[in-house]
Design a protein around this ligand. Structure first.
Ligand SMILES: C[S@@+](CC[C@H](N)C(=O)[O-])C[C@H]1O[C@@H](n2cnc3c(N)ncnc32)[C@H](O)[C@@H]1O
Length: 440
């Protein structure tokens, strides 16, 4: 059924929102607030529906008419490239305000605008493309999936990642085209680079059960050839993953060339990054988040850094604020090895990194503040309960929905939100980062 709609807001997701007295809230793909359009409902639920545009009668002034990516409306990677960048920032802020209101969180200060990027392109420092071999031609397809589908798009150019990735990926695909690789042997190709693009790593994620000597030699040879072509490639590896889940990386990595890591400079620190290390994808913007965290820490503070990954936050603080005592907790053993190595690399002795699930970590030392930086699902109540007696919580979150839920939960322990700053780490998607501080 087709109907006419006026788009009034952006959802905290991919869709524009229109209101309809009969269908309720209508979520429309590729719509922009201010649009007047005709759309067809393809999924009607109780009180809401999903629709796609059949005719854009009057395009909103807030639309970006010159988006660099020609396939952004179908690609599953960016959802908001059709909206002017400054307006994306406004809609993200509105989503944050709405979530604050839904969770009944009051503040004595006004929520600031997002800290955006002056050039919101070519920011992603890592790309992981799924791979398919086209049956008819034997050629390699690698890119992102078409939105709401499992059809892989062969991507040649992606304006949100480092430009070097397009070139290297293209070169690698050309080498692999003629090799007769069977489908489903190579699952993904990963590229990661430091921010000045002087060091790059490649990892091929393969199914070990499908790998024989011949194909392994071919993969090694392709990696060697691409490395000869691009001197920036410092290390290559094969990661083995036989699981039939959507977890991308397996537990075993075989280094094919180099030392298995690249070196990144992040403000005052140097970090060794391997293919399996967690590292924030937007280095420029994460550095801004770290600078904001520093403003909430005093010399001599005793800090717990929960979900510390490879120690990025702890090490940055330790390097620039005197006499801190830091404990980092992280569940991935390899990340703890990286964190300890990175502490050594930077001559930092006042950090201790502990391999544990935050939920199960009970030997909590006395401290002045806790930094939490959980994955998108936020903290479990078991973790939040551990913070009941903490003087200060500094919460770094990539998901405003779980952040606001967790802030509300923490309020029962007498905390009040004293600071909240949204930062745009993911331009052209609906995602963004937040730094929240809770005090008593
Ligand atoms: C968003 S990342 C943050 C990493 C780090 N703070 C950084 O900025 O690079 C979340 C980290 O939490 C870790 N993690 C996830 N669940 C965990 C848990 N239950 N206990 C400890 N660490 C966990 C992940 O392995 C990942 O390194």
């Amino acid at each position: 059924m087709k109907s006419k709609y006026k788009v009034v807001a952006m959802a905290n997701g991919a869709h524009g929102i229109a209101k309809d007295p009969e269908q309720g809230t209508v979520f429309i793909e590729n719509a922009c607030p201010g649009d007047e359009l005709e759309a067809e409902i393809y999924d009607q639920r109780k009180g809401f529906a999903f629709a796609s545009i059949t005719d854009l009668t009057q395009a909103s002034d807030l639309r970006e008419t010159d988006a660099p990516c020609k396939i952004h409306k179908i690609c599953g990677s960016c959802q908001w490239q059709h909206i002017k960048y400054d307006e994306q920032l406004n809609f993200k802020k509105q989503n944050l305000l709405d979530l604050m209101q839904q969770n009944n969180i009051e503040t004595s200060f006004e929520i600031p605008n997002l800290i955006g990027m002056s050039k919101p392109w070519n920011y992603r420092n890592k790309v992981i493309y799924p791979v398919e071999i086209v049956q008819e031609t034997g050629r390699v397809k690698a890119g992102y999936f078409r939105r709401n589908s499992n059809e892989l798009i062969n991507i040649k150019y992606c304006p949100i990642q480092y430009t070097l990735f397009d070139e290297v990926m293209m070169g690698l695909k050309e080498l692999m085209d003629t090799r007769g690789y069977p489908n489903k042997l190579i699952r993904h190709i990963m590229l990661r680079s430091n921010s000045d693009n002087t060091e790059l790593l490649i990892s091929m994620i393969v199914r070990k059960e499908k790998l024989n000597k011949e194909f392994k030699n071919k993969i090694k040879s392709d990696l060697r050839k691409i490395q000869e072509e691009y001197k920036q490639i410092k290390t290559t590896s094969i990661n083995y993953n036989d699981l039939s889940t959507n977890v991308i990386l397996g537990d075993e990595t075989e280094i094919i060339s180099g030392e298995g890591f690249i070196t990144e400079s992040l403000g005052d620190i140097k970090l060794e990054l391997s293919s399996t290390s967690f590292f924030q994808v937007n280095t420029e913007q994460f550095l801004k988040v770290i600078d904001l965290i520093k403003k909430h820490i005093k010399p001599g503070d005793r800090i717990l850094d929960l979900y510390c990954g490879i120690g990025t936050i702890s090490l940055s603080l330790a390097k620039s604020i005197t006499d801190l005592k830091l404990h980092g907790v992280e569940v991935v053993a390899a990340a703890i090895v990286n964190a300890k190595r990175n502490a050594e690399l930077n001559g930092i002795a006042n950090t201790e990194f502990i391999e544990a699930k935050v939920e199960d970590w009970d030997e909590i030392p006395e401290h002045d503040a806790v930094i939490v930086n959980p994955p998108r699902k936020g903290c479990t109540n078991k973790v939040l309960d551990k913070l009941a007696e903490t003087p200060k919580v500094i919460y770094v979150s990539c998901n405003p929905a779980t952040l606001t839920r967790d802030i509300k939960y923490l309020e029962q322990f007498g905390f009040k939100l004293s600071y909240l700053q949204p930062v745009d780490m993911f331009p052209h998607s609906f995602h963004f980062e937040n730094l929240a501080v809770l005090e008593r």
